[in-house]
Design a protein around this ligand. Sequence first.
Ligand code: ADP
Length: 515
Amino acid sequence: MATALATRLSRSLQSRLLLTYVALMVLSVGGLILWTGQRLQAAAIEQAEHNLELEAFIIADALREPLDKWAQGENSEGRSPQSLVRSYAESAGGRVTVTDAGLRVLFSSDERVPTHNEESHPEFVAARAGREQHDIRRDEWSGEERLFVAASVSEEDRKVLGFVQLSVPMAPIYAEIRQTWLSLFVVGGIALIITALISLVLAHQIARPVQALTVITEQIAAGRLERRVTPAGPDEIQRLGQAFNRMAERVQEMLAQQQAFVANAAHELRSPLTSLRLRLEMLQMHAHGDADLTRHYLRQMEREVDRLRRLVDHLLALSALDEGKRPSCTPLDLAPLLYALVDEMGPLARQADLDLCVDVPPHLPPVMANAEQMHIVVRNLLDNAMKYTPAGGRITLRATTADLKQRSSGAAGRGGLASGPLDLNTSGQKAAVVIEVADTGIGIPAEALSHIFERFYRVDRAWSRRQGGAGLGLALVRAIVEAHGGHVKVGSQPGQGSVFTVLLPTSETSGATGS
Ligand code: ADP
């Protein structure tokens, strides 16, 4: 349990950041404290030694005359060397011991120091050799650790009269050093606590928005698509939050579109199926032996099956385009394809008492296109024109070449409504083949013009359904044309007719490639 918590903590972004900051701080502050402490400690001892040596020299200098006189057995007028040694020791705050030139102790401010030879201690050895050297050791008479220095008492002619040893206990020096270390640790500790607090705030500021983002992501993954993050924290993380929200928005939109598409598709499939089922029931119940009635129902059923096939074809074609499947394209002269379509549609137009006019040159500049898909595009436009033009009307199929540099974006078609966000000439294309399907039919109301390329959109639902339309034809036209790097527009006057214009870049300028 405890290890699991520790693992969790060490894995979380916040604790990792915090641990990193604190570890860096401990290393840097700790290193600084150690270095400074060592320097201060060395400086304190050095200072104490220096002061002691200075005092030893002063005492040695002051003792020269009294010692000389004492050695010569003269009775000094002033104080005896012993009392002088005591008073010097008192003012130096330590112990003063005087030896003769042979290092035999003569006087000491400390009564515990007996008369003995002092030949072995380093400060005396150095003083006898004319050097200065201190020594820190446990004192054999008092048992405490002391700092020792020694200085020679010499006459002016350099004759050595004796030596002065000055020593102080180390305890006060050590106490001062301990105090210094303590102060350093307190300052370091405070700096560490402040850094840890600041690091905690910083780590929190970085980690909290990331945690919030994770929570929201998990909620979205669990199906709550409406959830969004509130961008917070450093700039980069705020931008991440905003981008995340945009992505979630888009996903939600796409999902809604997909759901609507599936619901619409199911709805559209249901009506021909219901109608087929009805006809079948009628056939079973009423048409026994009645050949005319049977033929009548079969004809109706054939129409429904055609409608179903058309619907499924459109759905499949749209879904292939949605998946990003690029049609395989070859350089194509559209003129023969257009003539073939007119031949195909001619009888139907005549049947519907419509005048189908063609204004297409024998050849058109090649466009990079898929023939089958171009057939679907023009066939759908002609189908619509025939569906929405009353008997006696005229349908014109026109094809030309356009120099896009000279065309303005709204030039093609009356009303000039564009289906896509870009006009061809804004995307660097130079020439295009323009196909127009114009009719003198019922036209399209202005408010519907911007919707007619949407999936399942129909101006008059009931009328269009009776005509066998599901509102997918124009959506498919647009998807195919745009997959070819082209563009489709519509212009219409209600009661007068409509013009659908398809612009396809010629193969020299086309961006479409075969797949
Ligand atoms: P449908 O298969 O229902 O015809 P489309 O996507 O082909 O679906 O067309 C969408 C809608 O645009 C139609 O329902 C119709 O209202 C309108 N429309 C399309 N072409 C024409 C046209 N030539 N004249 C008048 N209205 C048209």
